[in-house]
Design a binder for this molecule. Structure first.
Ligand code: ZN
Length: 290
């Protein structure tokens, strides 16, 4: 028995079906309201989760109240070119080692947040996201899942203009870190809630058109490999977020970028879905041409 952790109006809550249970309330103050702090005591969260049927729900989930299921994360890592079909469509060789970059944690938003665009070159990337639940350094592949608090759906939104603006060396971090460029959620689902955590269907739709469809068993570097690789370099801390890469079908290949009013839907089997409306809020004043 695991848990589904949600951030409801900034408060850590457990989720069962359409109901949520405020963690501070149902634990009589043993937990505080911070969703990231809740990860420090996952065993107790699992115990409480097993007792939800005997408790009074705090309320019914309203999607507009959902925030990112982890907040105050220290670091957010992401993997480029981690599906064979995406490496191929990019015209690049399948990498021998994971290509890691970072997204600034300030870009992380909830599952129904509006995506605020400042150019006509903003793109989607559906991704499986892992959140660290146990601090570690030099984590072995066989121990890696013990360090994962849960999985959720993510969108690695990218402004391709900024990402590839510097001619010879791309600047992935800024191009992928505009405010609102990291929707995650809807809940953080502990791995033991998923019967087949290594093979989850993943898809991305723009309005009603399916743009990406794959299975996470196609990852070139799986979650244990990424955790092992990263943790030899940096200590992974509770609440750290890892975007694991996107399958083929991203918009930049055909010039199909996100437009004002588009509805971006991102689903992963067993984890739920994100639904993000795209808004063109401004133009950038300094562009690549200036
Ligand atoms: Zn990505």
């Amino acid at each position: 028995m695991g848990f589904r952790l949600a951030n409801i109006s900034g408060r850590a809550s457990l989720v069962e079906d359409d109901n949520y249970y405020d963690l501070e309330v149902i634990s009589d103050g043993e937990f505080n309201s911070n969703p990231s702090d809740a990860l420090q005591n996952q065993n107790r969260m699992k115990q409480l989760n097993g007792q939800l049927s005997k408790m009074e729900p705090t309320g019914v989930i309203n999607d507009s109240e959902l925030g990112p299921p982890v907040s105050s994360s220290a670091n957010c890592y992401a993997v480029g070119l981690n599906y064979k079909n995406h490496a191929e469509e990019s015209g690049l060789e399948i990498p021998d080692v994971p290509m890691i970059f970072t997204k600034h944690t300030s870009c992380l938003v909830g599952p129904c947040a509006t995506i605020e665009m400042r150019s006509d070159a903003v793109d989607y990337e559906a991704e499986l996201v892992a959140v660290i639940g146990k601090t570690g350094k030099d984590i072995k592949k066989e121990d890696a899942w013990d360090h994962v608090a849960g999985l959720c759906v993510g969108q690695d939104i990218s402004d391709r203009g900024v990402q590839f603006s510097t001619k010879n060396l791309p600047q992935f971090n800024l191009g992928k870190s505009f405010d609102t460029f990291g929707p995650i959620g809807p809940f953080l689902v502990s791995p033991d809630e998923l019967p087949n955590k290594d093979g989850l269907e993943i898809e991305c739709l723009v309005n009603d058109e399916v743009r990406q469809k794959d299975n996470t068993n196609d990852l070139i570097f799986d979650i244990p490999f990424i955790i092992c690789y990263l943790s030899e370099i940096v200590t992974l801390n509770v609440g750290d977020v890892i975007f694991t890469g996107t399958p083929g079908g991203v918009g930049v290949m055909e010039g199909k970028f996100l437009k004002e009013g588009d509805i971006l839907t991102t689903r992963i089997e067993g984890l739920g879905s994100l639904r993000n409306e795209c808004k063109r809020i401004a133009d950038r004043s300094l562009t690549e041409e200036d």
